[in-house]
Design a protein around this ligand. Structure first.
Ligand code: ADE
Length: 240
């Protein structure tokens, strides 16, 4: 998997993607991530990337030309490196909401290009010209698309082979199976007057698995009734 990020803040993205599990996976060659400066593609001397919105209104809008030329150059680099043409995603608050299901779908792609807006928005014409889709990471507004792109890059990368040390890791996690994850405990057996549930110390794997599944169901029902309802419908075959 190769992920490219087009942004006005490549150093910020590079820094985040160099730490921890993702940083290690990059060093070991399981994923490739490249961050690109949109401003390098401006054609004006001031290197300006934004302008006033037609029709008036607050703030500035990112212009189409630098984003377009930056993306075209990135696509060329990706194809020259032997990858497929990237799936192009614009990070916008108005996009469809990111889900684990979407992450699984994106993890199957050979290459992704994530485009980050800033200011009040992006000239719609470059989105129409280039975007395969627009993604939002939730119903709130960020100052720019960078944090959203990093969320997509992180959540997709961890599904790629080799990135997590144990592949079962993500299958047990919240959302992967459509349920929230069961509670986890580590040493010591008693901490601050609170004991680890006895069942987890029993060594009885089938009972432990059953308990964890029940905990997942209970948690999901209480905290995310929407997810619970969807899960139960699937289990009962109503969505088939
Ligand atoms: N840009 C601003 N807000 C955003 C959000 N919630 N998701 C993706 N991109 C954004």
């Amino acid at each position: 998997m190769r992920i490219d990020i087009a942004t006005l803040f490549p150093e910020m993205c590079e820094r985040v993607m160099s730490e921890s599990i993702i940083g290690r996976a990059r060093q070991r060659g399981y994923i490739e991530i490249n961050c690109h400066q949109i401003r390098d593609y401006t054609t004006n001397r001031q290197k300006q990337v934004d302008d006033y919105p037609y029709g008036g209104g607050p703030g500035m809008v990112m212009q189409a030309q630098p984003i377009h030329d930056c993306c075209v150059d990135i696509i060329r680099q990706i194809e020259e490196a032997g990858h497929e043409r990237p799936h192009i995603i614009f990070m916008t608050a108005g996009g469809s909401t990111l889900t684990e299901e979407k992450c699984k779908e994106l993890a199957e792609k050979d290459s992704l290009l994530l485009v980050c807006g800033h200011y009040e928005g992006i000239d719609e014409r470059v989105i129409e010209t280039l975007a395969d889709e627009e993604i939002s990471i939730g119903d709130y507004v960020l100052t720019g698309g960078e944090l959203a792109a990093l969320v997509v890059a992180d959540s997709v990368s961890r599904l790629c082979p080799g990135v997590l040390s144990s592949p079962e890791g993500y299958q047990e996690e919240s959302h992967y199976s459509g349920l929230l994850e069961y509670p986890q405990y580590s040493r010591p057996e008693e901490w601050n007057g609170r004991r680890v549930p006895d069942i987890l110390l029993s060594g009885h794997h089938a009972n432990i698995a059953k308990w964890r599944h029940e905990q997942s169901l209970e948690r999901t029902k209480e905290r995310r009734p929407d997810m619970y309802e969807r899960y139960m419908k699937n289990v009962n075959g109503e969505n088939r």
